[in-house]
Design a protein around this ligand. Structure first.
Ligand code: CAA
Length: 241
């Protein structure tokens, strides 16, 4: 039976690379997106997968989105909570909106999506939940109190859910990317980015495919004993204990 994967924020950046790798591995892939229609159409056409527009920060919108996916592809067996945004500002300049948007889109989204596929995974006795966190949720980052909080929150949520899912065949893990060559990272001011690259021992930004391959492994049957783990993929920029 072909398993169904939902990748949130799955039409651009790291998410698109995950969608592509999972499709190439033979899964049925649903890629969610928020608003960039052009990127979603290109993704659907180039990868031959279905893309679904809904706001992962809105619980009811997720209910509708999941219903559409289930109708087309069946229930979600593998959920990759990848959708995320940055609203960087030093804390003394951070607005309530900048705080709330990042918490809603990067953290509450994982509740909204996971909660609504969780019971089905329990009933079927199989599930994979992969939460895309960040190096900056592990070490903190100047200008990212909101993002660091949300991404660290995903790690705590993962550790709790891993314990709840264990007896039901559900694994829950985190992938914590370092700085990956995507639009999000390219938006960092050039001078700042130069400094960041200089601090990566491997000497370059990561590639989106390097995150996708870790997700593909965690989704596989071979990874059944890995749960509650944080898989760091960052070129040794930060070595978490
Ligand atoms: N460490 C220490 N001090 C810093 C600093 C840092 N990393 N960055 C800036 N500062 C200092 C500046 O030197 C400056 O000091 P003075 O006032 O003494 O001159 C002060 O903070 C204010 O700096 P700015 O005028 O540049 O402040 P700003 O409001 O224009 O912007 C910022 C600040 C938004 C944090 C900007 O520096 C920035 O964008 N930094 C990048 C943050 C970052 O790494 N984001 C990651 C995005 S990619 C991502 O998130 C993906 C992922 O998962 C890895």
């Amino acid at each position: 039976m072909t398993r169904t994967v939902l990748v949130t924020g799955g039409t651009r950046g790291i998410g698109r690379a995950i969608s592509e790798m999972m499709k190439n591995k033979g899964y049925q892939v649903a890629a969610n997106y928020a608003g960039n229609q052009e990127a979603a159409e290109a993704c659907a056409k180039e990868l031959g997968i279905k893309c679904y527009k809904f706001d992962v920060a809105d619980y009811d919108a997720v209910t509708e989105g999941l219903a559409a996916i289930e109708k087309d592809l069946g229930p979600v067996d593998i959920l990759i909570n990848n959708a995320g945004v940055t609203r960087d500002a030093p804390f003394h300049k951070m607005s309530r909106e900048q705080w709330q948007q990042v918490i809603d889109i990067d953290l509450t989204s994982a509740f909204n999506c996971t909660r609504q596929v969780w019971e089905g995974m329990r009933e079927r006795g199989f599930g994979r939940v992969i939460n895309i966190s960040s190096i900056n949720g592990q070490k903190g980052q100047f200008g990212q109190a909101n993002y660091s909080a949300a991404k660290a929150g995903l790690i705590g949520m993962t550790k709790a859910l891993a314990q709840e899912g264990a007896k039901k065949g559900i694994t829950v893990n985190v992938v914590a990317p370092g700085y990956i060559d995507t639009e999000m990272v390219q938006a960092v001011p050039e001078k700042v980015l130069e400094g960041i690259i200089a601090s990566i021992p491997v000497g370059r930004l990561g590639k989106a495919e390097e995150i996708a391959s870790m997700c593909a492994y965690l989704a596989s049957d071979e990874a059944a004993f890995i749960t509650g783990a944080t898989m760091t993929v960052n070129g040794a920029q930060y070595i978490a204990g």
